[in-house]
Design a protein around this ligand. Structure first.
Ligand code: FE
Length: 205
């Protein structure tokens, strides 16, 4: 049977070669690399943000603390130690929709959302999110009615924002973990809303 050559195998080989070289030259410790890779794969990512959102949905006191002091309310969930920047959580309501951008570069709450999506770092998003947020959101498939105010928050090195999306209808009685599974990265940036769960499949009577 012919040996199949997949394009990513070449990239993997190159990464392996670079890693071997760095380890051989004593520049990096292989254990350190494993720790970093594990952190990005399992520890850092939007599931952390989703946990925060779900907790705020089921616990009104927590929500209040979260909106008042994001950094310490997030620390209550054990999410600390990534960096020293302050977290500000902005809550969506039927009257206000919040959107996050970094107009200068790509500041992002990566400790709780993982790595930023490519579009977040793009010049087009950074420039247009402030000038014409409604139009940008439309391009994300999110139509915000004219009567709803859009607030755009410009992140920087010291201050990172997180959107607390609205809890969707039809989620009454769902567990915190089930609620967290509905929360997407984009909903926490403000380019999407959290969608209600798919209705369970039932046979028509
Ligand atoms: Fe930035």
């Amino acid at each position: 049977m012919a040996h199949t050559h997949r394009p990513e195998s070449e990239i993997a080989l190159r990464v392996k070669a670079i890693e071997s070289l760095l380890v051989e030259k004593g520049i990096v410790d292989p254990m350190t690399l494993d720790t970093i890779i594990d952190a990005y794969e399992h520890q850092i990512g939007p599931h952390n943000g989703a946990r925060i959102v779900a907790k705020a949905w089921v616990d009104a006191d927590y929500k209040q603390r979260l909106l008042a002091d994001g950094t310490s309310a997030i620390a209550e969930l054990g999410l600390t130690g990534f960096s020293s920047e302050h977290m500000v959580v902005v809550g969506n309501t039927p009257q206000v929709h919040n959107l996050i951008v970094c107009t200068l570069c790509s500041c992002y709450p990566w400790a709780i959302l993982g790595l930023p999506p490519t579009w977040y770092k793009s010049f087009a998003y950074r420039a247009r999110a402030v000038i014409e947020p409604r139009k940008v959101l439309q391009e994300f498939g999110l139509a915000i009615p004219d009567e709803v105010e859009i607030r755009v928050w410009d992140s920087n090195a010291d201050l990172r924002y997180l959107v607390l999306p609205e809890r969707p209808q039809g989620t009454e009685g769902m567990s915190e973990a089930a609620l967290a599974s509905l929360v997407t990265r984009n909903a926490m940036i403000g380019t999407a809303k959290v969608q209600p769960p798919e209705p369970p499949f039932t046979l028509a009577a």
